[in-house]
Design a protein around this ligand. Sequence first.
Ligand SMILES: [Zn+2]
Length: 391
Amino acid sequence: MTLEEKVGKTLDELGVSDAASVEALFNEVRARMLEELDSFKRLGGRTPVWKPDVSRPESSPYRPGTTPDNQGPTFQFPSTRLRVKWLGRKSGILSSIDEHWLKPAPKHLKPIVGRAFNRLRQEAAVEILGEAAVAEGQAPSTTAPDLTLPGYRRPLGSIHPVMRVQREIEDIFLGLGFSIETGPEIESVYYNFDALNIPESHPARDDFDTIYVDAQTVLRTHTSPVQMRAMEKYGAPLYIIAPGKCYRRDNPDSTHSPMFHQIEGLAIDTDITFADLKGTLDFFAKKFFGEKVRTSFHPSFFPFTEPSGEVAVSCFACDGQGCRVCKQSGWIELGGCGMVHSEVLRHGGIDPDRYSGWAFGLGTDRFTMIKYDIPDIQLFFQGDVRFLEQF
Ligand SMILES: [Zn+2]
């Protein structure tokens, strides 16, 4: 006998005449209900079941599980089936139990059947209606997103301060008619040293404390190799700046980093003199630091320039009076510069009797530290958002 058949008979017809049998009967019903709920949950509660019967007045045309015109085959969610089967007003199992078991029950069994029935009805309401409500989205549901809520606002990044300054410097030189040239960061020993007039025995190779990849390959120690590559590529006349990363075996401290940024400048043409270099760097310093600053040049030595110099700018913060920014000297060192060595021109395939040129190298990180009054170069490379989001 199926459960549906059982609930259509009275207790008398089923031969149930004592409390223990009533208990056993309700346990059987409860077990069956939980079993069906279980398989419903295993299906995820949302697997549609095709059902040819369209006469379902309890369904709204706009609920899931119905077709709007109620024509032809429709499909139901299992939750609807469960609800109708167990809790349906006319033919639901609980209604049948009420009708056939409770109402005609003999007087001595009535309180027992009544208690068991109430318990079952409460359980069914919680289990079946609870599940059905979630499946059909009638209760607050975790599965259906609220499309009317505002979207996620993802934070926009900002340009890294060193890149911001690099672009600022690039802009000034682009305005002067220079173009931007780049080169590889993993560079041959030839381009990094030999072509730049730094022979094997030269102490500068030690001074650079180079990171060698192998005997013939280095992580470039400066952006100067781009000079050579540009000369070979374009010949003269040539006006370029070459920004980029460089690498040296420096221990990290507040002013040193094994990876740092440089901007190289190179101008080659007929009749280029040191005066052109001074004029260009003076113009650049005034554009970058403000019209008030003055530049100053001091002799220096680099193997790839002759003569060589260091350029300094009067302190933009104290106007040369001496302050914390300029370490009380009134001047801020900008970088090295000089007239391109004739050997270097020759290595680049340019006739030094016809052409001359100047070059400079600036530390972009240092410029950024000066501009934004940043005390420690390490802050640039630690990736701390609290620092970076200020720019
Ligand atoms: Zn100062």
